[in-house]
Design a protein around this ligand. Structure first.
Ligand code: SAH
Length: 564
């Protein structure tokens, strides 16, 4: 819950705006300000105070305890111009809250946490449990002091500007170690714990066993990625509850699959009960990895639970990121976050230029020129398989006539893949032209470099017959000039010469240009590879200079029929 506190009428007005947009998230604290701040501090995860920072500092100071547990506090000034992240920037989420408050109130977020303002990853924002001297190591990274990276297990991290040696250390490990002085320990989720349990096994027995097994092997419970078991035990309360209390997912596997896993300690009992000679070891090992703790039974008598621990094989991360058509504000926040999450960036040089300023210092950039698609795709997958955090970029949407398919066609299931959608050229052009895509539509690439022309022609013909709005990508280049006239002629066989055609060049880029013409009047010579051409269907009209495809013929009569 976010506690809202204000003292003046202007503050109360801004406060009420937040309360109105966040009815379930925010709660207004009335009454004397000092009491309200104390009450909210005790009861809420976050506070927004419509008060001077000085006043809030005095009120909050005596209440501050632990950086990890204190609420995040944001102050908004009387004029509603600034949302200041005052306390708990990372741990309390105040930096993010300041941005959200800024969005609602039109205020400028003020974030002073060093790692946020200079583009280095805050060590506590990597999504991994972190212990130790976070402040000291972050400061050393910022000041450019040598920081050694000791990665005992491989995990796809963003660039940390750390080297081989230094008086500060970042240790990446799943082992049970205490951070030394001037050291932070990052704990990646590398461990899979396979669990078997007899019907009715108590949760305490399961948890006790897992805890003992990890401790005796010198492994940290914070690195447990998941519990795993056989499908038949998916609802076994002791296992389900153990996963819940550990805060990890429970993954189950079919008995047939588990019986095929080579394990050191098979036995008869589970074979009879659930149809596989091994549950704990097999379900931990089923996706590969290194067996760190072979099957072990609980101390209870009779023992009702077994477990085994495996370190997963290294998994890199491949983010396939669409950058949108060009303009920075059409790049999604998620795409931006993925670019900053990457240690390796792979892309066409001109697209890299589009976002170079967003990359963290230290990001390895592998850029290449036009025509090297296959090689780029292969490189991105290879880097991910080496355990890197890779971003493979493409303009528009990276899955539309772009890098996602060649990359994923060559990727095995040993990497994690994350797709980030982008605004594709047809949509960017549609918004400029008006509403050309208001009814069924297709995109057709006229490039016959990889697709035989007969196939392209067959699809254009089908679109013509089906009366679909058509957007042509890759419409015309210097060496490829007869395809567009041919495609337009096919459409003209089924549509009036007056059918509207929108031509958009460099949508959302500085030299954007667009034109509305007709099938009969379009001059193909004005079209190049920076252009998309959208041809209307038989119902598309030019209305007030805009291209409009009606949503249907009955819609006007019955607005209830189709939701918006
Ligand atoms: N992945 C891209 C498309 C790649 S194919 C996307 O989703 O947009 C390349 C073709 O896309 C170009 O030849 C052109 O037809 C079109 N295109 C890409 N960006 C464009 C833009 N900003 N304006 C107009 N057309 C564009």
């Amino acid at each position: 819950m976010i506690g809202l506190i204000s003292a003046t009428a202007a503050g109360a007005a801004a406060r009420d705006r937040l309360a109105a947009v966040w009815p379930d998230r925010a709660r207004v604290y009335d009454g004397p300000v000092a009491d309200a701040v104390r009450a909210a501090f005790a009861e809420c995860e976050q506070l927004v105070c419509f008060l001077a920072t000085g006043a809030v500092v005095r009120l909050v100071a005596p209440l501050l305890g632990d950086k990890a547990a204190d609420p995040g506090v944001v102050c908004v000034d009387e004029g509603g111009r600034y949302a200041v992240s005052l306390v708990g920037g990372h741990g309390g989420g105040a930096n993010e809250l300041a941005r959200e408050v800024g969005d609602v109130l039109g205020a400028e977020p003020v974030v002073t946490t060093a790692t946020d303002s200079v583009g280095l990853p805050g060590l506590d924002t990597l999504g991994l449990p972190v212990e130790g001297d976070v402040a000291g190591v972050s400061r050393a990274l910022l000041d450019g002091e040598p920081v050694a990276l000791r990665a005992e297990v491989s995990w796809p991290l963003p660039p940390l500007r750390a080297g081989a040696e230094g008086s500060y250390t970042i240790r990446v490990t799943d082992r049970l170690v205490e951070p030394a002085q001037r050291e932070v320990v990052l704990r990646p989720p590398t461990l899979v714990v396979g669990v078997g349990a007899a019907k009715g096994a108590p949760v305490d027995e399961v948890l006790g066993l897992v805890g003992d097994a990890l401790r005796d092997a010198g492994l940290s419970v914070k690195s447990v990625a998941e519990l795993a078991t056989v499908d038949a035990k998916a609802g076994e309360p002791g296992i389900v509850e153990a996963a819940r209390r550990l805060g990890v997912p429970l993954r189950t596997h079919p008995a047939e699959q588990l019986s095929g896993v080579d394990v050191p300690n098979p036995s008869e009992a589970p074979l009879a009960a659930v149809g596989t000679p091994s549950v704990a070891e097999a379900s931990a090992l089923v996706r590969g990895g290194e067996l760190l703790v072979p099957k072990r039974k609980s101390d209870a008598s009779p023992a009702m639970a077994t477990c085994a621990v495996v370190r997963r094989p290294r998994r890199g991360r491949l983010a396939v990121v669409g950058l949108g058509p060009g303009a920075r504000d059409l790049l999604t926040p998620r795409a931006k976050a993925e670019l900053r999450r990457a240690s390796v960036l792979v892309g066409l040089d001109q697209y890299v230029d589009q976002i170079r300023d967003l990359l963290r210092p230290g990001t390895r950039i592998l850029e290449s020129g036009l025509g090297a698609e296959e090689e780029r795709a292969r490189t991105a997958v290879e880097e991910a398989r080496r355990g890197q955090a890779v971003a493979l970029i493409g303009s528009g949407d990276a899955g539309v006539y772009a890098m996602a398919s060649p990359a994923l066609a060559g990727a095995s299931d040993d990497i994690d893949v994350v797709g980030v959608p982008g605004v594709t050229a047809a949509l960017a052009a549609g918004a400029i032209l008006g509403a050309p895509l208001g009814h069924d539509h297709v995109s057709v690439s006229l490039s016959d470099l990889h697709t035989p022309w007969e196939v392209i022609e067959r699809r254009v013909r089908a679109a013509a017959e089906a009366d679909l709005v058509v957007t042509f990508y890759n419409p015309r280049s210097r060496g490829r000039d007869w395809q567009l006239p041919k495609a337009l002629a096919i459409l003209a066989g089924h549509r009036e010469p007056t059918t509207p055609v929108g031509v958009v060049r460099n949508a959302s880029r500085p030299d954007e240009a667009s034109r509305l013409t007709t099938l009969a009047a379009l001059d193909p010579a004005t079209v190049d590879m920076m252009t998309v051409v959208t041809v209307g269907n038989t119902a598309t009209r030019e209305i007030a200079g805009r291209m409009v495809t009606p949503r249907g013929y009955r819609w006007q009569q019955d607005p209830q029929e189709e939701a918006q």
